[in-house]
Design a binder for this molecule. Structure first.
Ligand code: AMP
Length: 589
């Protein structure tokens, strides 16, 4: 089954991308780079996103509408920031960093909610040639400290509340940290020792500070992603990625200057940075930022009140909206909505159709990951959607289904509908350029010309890709990638825990919930009190988005003969599935 695209009659715009084969054959990355033009030094994301728009009528156009907390009746409160005002603040933040002696290549981390200062800090740091890493504000102290240490953070921008709750506890464990800038909860900060007041520094900073020249290969962003073993991996991205951000904004998100665009992802995740910050700015469109967490009615209200035209969201959110029932959706109307796209987890065909039937637009699934830096495969408004498929590779992107041959090589699978690993041909501009401090892991991610994504997929005879699953044990919960190892480590720090094995337990709404199997040390009772204690303990250390939701006590965990916990087997047992090949299982596991 497929859904043929149509534009709502009121939209008045034609899709950017309708001729799939023609556009792919005409396409070149250098043409996109020419369209962006030269920047000081060659290429700088902030130059294209900010400086370029600080002139003419564009200066007075609204860049961001920050939607604040609900205040009873009436429309939701909104704070608007124009492109001109934003550019001024960004230049000031560049000056703040420069004044602190923070320069090109120095790592600047941002750990705040979705407040204007987050956006100013990201762009101001990019403009300064510094390397930016936004971290998710729901992280507990452990994931926060791990990432700051791995990334050799020199500067951290955070809020007063997060400083007191999370940062203060771990600050001493990050020796590289030179400056902590704190955004006061109510204006300037009071009584937060050894920190700098973000706002007073901004007041004194030079609003005309120039940009640091950078080139396409200079490092711009650091995004952490989870693996099955070891600490999180820091994926390194360069300024040249901007060509992908721009092109995908054109082809996959179909951005037009008149659009009101809402990306619901938090900039603490790669989607929120690439598409919640950079891409809408590149295209000079007005972007919605919601400061609050998910709330079905609030989201419908935002779509209506803000007259959102292009909406980029995630399957978990869509399923939660579906669960809240059609009546709630029908209390509001969405005549302006032209395109809905979704990413991060498999999007069930029901959800695609729900979009069409309830919101008036089908949902366009697309695929990418932290390492790819931008959308690679998509259902776009220019061609028929096959519900359940991730779509087709965008112009400039070559994808393949491959099989590893065992000698480090691969062979491509040409027959349609045969499962293999999804691979992307090297060379797209937003390809990650390394895993921080882990060259070996980076090298192993490639075979010849191909980047191996770790996802299993199939391609059908029409060239559409279909997601099958992950080739490894990482967990996708509510769209967030969670490394089981990071969770197991924290559990094992608890004095009662002998061993822990963590899996994703399938869940109809969030895709998978984190479930831990725990064996306890002698002398401890594996009872409800201990379970509650461990749940609370991991929540405090890891934060609610990463901590396990379920804990099951077991006598022993299954191990391989080499001592690794067999998570695959835990999962098979949990689901009542065949245990598969257990020849490497240690006797007694
Ligand atoms: P992250 O690096 O956190 O963005 O997670 C990337 C992973 O999310 C991919 O490797 C996939 O496993 C999963 N993913 C992303 N988009 C999709 C999609 N459209 N369908 C299925 N899985 C997806």
């Amino acid at each position: 089954m497929s859904i043929t695209p149509t534009s709502p009659p009121t939209s008045g715009v034609a899709p950017n991308f309708t001729d799939y084969d023609g556009e792919r054959s005409r396409f070149s990355w250098s043409a996109i780079e020419r369209r962006l033009g030269p920047a000081p030094g060659g290429c700088n994301i902030a130059y294209y996103a900010v400086d370029r728009h600080d002139c003419g009528p564009q200066r007075d156009k609204v860049a961001f509408r920050f939607v604040g907390p609900n205040k009873g009746a009436g429309e939701l409160p909104v704070t608007e920031v124009t492109f001109g005002d934003f550019a001024h603040r960004v230049r000031k933040f560049t000056a703040v960093l420069r004044g602190l002696g923070v320069g090109k290549g120095d790592p600047v981390f941002v750990f705040t909610g979705r407040i204007p200062e987050l956006y100013v800090s990201i762009l101001g740091a990019l403009r300064n040639g510094s390397v930016v890493s936004p971290l998710f504000s729901a992280f507990g102290p452990e994931p926060l400290a791990t990432r700051l240490r791995l990334g050799d953070a020199q500067v951290l921008v955070t809020t007063e509340q997060l400083y007191r709750r999370r940062v203060e506890k771990i600050r001493d464990s990050v020796p590289s940290l030179r400056h902590v800038l704190v955004v006061g909860d109510a204006g300037s900060i009071t009584d937060v020792p050894d920190t700098l007041d973000f706002h007073s520094m901004m007041v004194d900073a030079d609003g005309d500070c120039d940009i640091t020249p950078t080139c396409a290969d200079d490092v711009a962003l650091l995004h952490f992603t989870s693996g099955t073993t070891g600490t999180p991996k820091g994926a390194v991205h360069v300024h040249g990625a901007v060509a992908t951000h721009y092109a995908t904004g054109l082809f996959a998100l179909d951005l037009h200057p008149s659009d009101v665009f809402w990306c619901t992802a938090d900039p603490g995740w790669v989607t929120g940075t690439s598409y919640g910050v950079i891409t809408p700015l590149l295209h000079g469109v007005t972007s919605i930022v919601d400061s609050n967490e998910f709330d079905a009615e609030r989201w419908y209200r935002i779509l209506e009140e803000q007259a959102v035209t292009v909406w980029y969201t995630a399957p978990t959110a869509i399923r939660m909206l579906m669960k809240s029932g059609p009546e709630l959706a029908h209390k509001y109307s969405y005549p302006h909505l032209r395109l809905i796209a979704s990413v991060g987890e498999p999007l069930n065909p029901d959800a695609v159709l729900w979009g069409r039937d309830v919101l008036g637009r089908p949902i366009h699934d697309n695929w990418w990951q932290t390492e790819t830096g931008g959308i690679m495969i998509a259902n776009t408004p220019g061609f028929a959607i096959k519900p359940g498929s991730m779509g087709r590779p965008l112009p400039g992107i070559d994808a393949a289904i491959v099989r590893r041959t065992g000698d480090g090589g691969i062979e491509t699978v040409e027959t349609p509908n045969v499962e293999g690993e999804l691979a992307i041909r090297r060379g797209w501009p937003s390809m990650f350029r390394g895993y921080l401090h882990n060259d070996d892991r980076y090298r192993r991610a490639f075979a010849g010309d191909w980047y191996l994504t770790g996802d299993l997929a199939k391609r059908d005879a029409d060239g559409y890709y279909w997601f099958v699953g992950r080739a490894d044990d990482v967990i996708k919960s509510a769209g967030h990638l969670i490394g089981p190892f990071e969770v197991e480590n924290v559990l094992m720090e608890h004095p009662a825990v002998a061993e822990a094995g963590v899996i994703g337990k399938p869940d109809p709404i969030v895709g998978a919930v984190v479930k831990a199997f725990v064996s306890v040390k002698t002398g401890w009772n594996a009872d409800d009190a201990l379970r509650r204690e461990l749940l609370g303990y991991s929540r405090k250390k890891l934060g609610a988005s990463v901590a396990p939701k379920e804990i099951e006590f077991v006598e022993v965990l299954p191990h391989t003969r080499s001592g690794k916990i067999m998570r695959r087997l835990l999962k098979a047992r949990e689901l009542g599935l065949p245990e598969g090949d257990t020849s490497t299982l240690e006797v007694g596991g």
